[in-house]
Design a protein around this ligand. Structure first.
Ligand code: NDP
Length: 242
C-alpha cells in the first residue's frame, strides 16, 4: 500500500539517502528529500528525479519544526520517516575538540529527536508510521578515530528500541539499518590503496551499493514489515566481527 504514502528522507539528496529517495518514489511514495547545505547537489538531484527538496539543519529543533511543517503542507502528512542524514568529523579522541564531538552528536543523534518529535503525534493519531534510522557498522563495533560517530551511531539503536516499545500499539514501527562500507562519494574518495585494504576485510570482496540499503528501507517501510520493530538490520557484506 505504498501508493500515495508520504516519505521524508533526511539527507535524501546525496549518497545512500538519494538512493532511498529514488527507490521509494519508484515504488509509489510521495517523497520529500531534506538536505543541509549543498544547494548545487540538491538542485541537480531535484532536476534529475522530480523529487522536491527541503533545506533545513537536522541538528536544529526550530529548523526541523519549520521544515517538517512545510513538507506536510506541501506534500502531505508524513507516514514514513527515514532518519538518514549524517556526518563524520574524525580524529583521535585525545586530540578531538569538543566542537567536533558536538557537531557529530547534533547531526547524527540529536536529529533523532528533532526530526521525529514534530511528526510522531500525526503518526500516532493516524495509527500508522514507519521510522527507519541509518546507523553504521562503526556504531556496532566502535572505530578508532570515530569516538563521536561511534557513540552517536550506537545511541540511535537505544533510541529505536525505546521508541519502538512506546509506539507499537499505535501502528508505528521503529527500526535501524546498519550499513558496512558502501560505495558512496565519501568512501570512493578514500585513496585506492586504503580502499582496497578495506575491501580485503569484507567477506563478499566488494563494497555495498547504496541501493542495497535502499531496498532494506523499502521493506521496513512496507505494510508487510508491521511485525518488525526495534530491530537492527545489519548489511555489511559479512563483516560480523562485532
Ligand atoms: P553523504 O555525505 O553522501 O550524504 C549526506 C546527506 O546528509 C546529504 O544529503 C547532506 O546534505 C545531508 N546532511 C548532512 N548534514 C546535514 C544536516 N545537518 N542537516 C540536513 N542534512 C544534512 O552521506 P552517506 O550517503 O555516505 O551517508 C548516509 C548515512 O549513512 C549517514 O547517516 C552515514 O553515517 C550512514 N552510513 C554511511 C556509510 C557509507 O559507507 N557511506 C556506512 C555506514 C553508515 P548536503 O548535501 O546539503 O550536505
Amino acid at each position: 500500500m505504498a501508493q500515495g504514502r508520504v516519505a521524508l528522507v533526511t539527507g535524501g539528496t546525496r549518497g545512500i539517502g538519494a538512493a532511498i529517495s529514488k527507490r521509494l518514489k519508484d515504488k509509489g511514495y510521495k517523497v520529500a528529500a531534506n538536505y543541509g547545505g549543498n544547494d548545487e547537489a540538491a538542485q541537480k538531484f531535484k532536476d534529475e528525479t522530480g523529487i522536491p527538496v527541503f533545506k533545513f539543519d537536522v541538528g536544529d529543533m526550530a529548523s526541523c519544526e519549520a521544515g517538517i511543517k512545510a513538507i506536510e503542507a506541501e506534500v502531505g502528512p508524513i507516514d514514513v520517516l527515514v532518519n538518514n542524514a549524517g556526518i563524520t568529523r574524525d580524529g583521535a579522541f585525545h586530540k578531538m575538540t569538543f566542537e567536533k564531538w558536538q557537531q557529530v552528536i547534533k547531526t547524527n543523534l540529536d536529529s533523532m529527536f528533532t526530526c521525529t518529535r514534530p511528526l510522531i503525534d500525526g503518526m500516532r493519531s493516524r495509527g500508522f508510521g514507519r521510522i527507519i534510522i541509518i546507523s553504521s557498522i562503526n556504531g556496532q563495533k566502535g572505530q578508532a578515530g570515530q569516538t563521536n560517530y561511534s557513540a552517536a551511531k550506537a545511541g540511535v539503536v537505544g533510541f529505536a528500541k525505546a521508541l519502538a516499545q512506546e509506539s507499537a500499539s499505535k501502528g508505528i514501527t521503529v527500526n535501524v539499518v546498519a550499513p558496512g562500507y558502501i560505495a558512496t562519494e565519501m568512501v570512493m574518495a578514500v585513496p585506492e590503496d586504503i580502499r582496497n585494504k578495506i575491501i580485503s576485510t569484507i567477506p563478499t570482496g566488494r563494497l555495498g551499493e547504496a541501493d542495497e540499503i535502499a531496498h532494506a528501507v523499502e521493506y521496513l517501510a512496507s505494510d508487510e514489515a508491521g511485525f518488525v520493530t526495534g530491530s537492527t538490520l545489519t548489511i555489511n557484506g559479512g563483516q560480523h566481527f562485532v
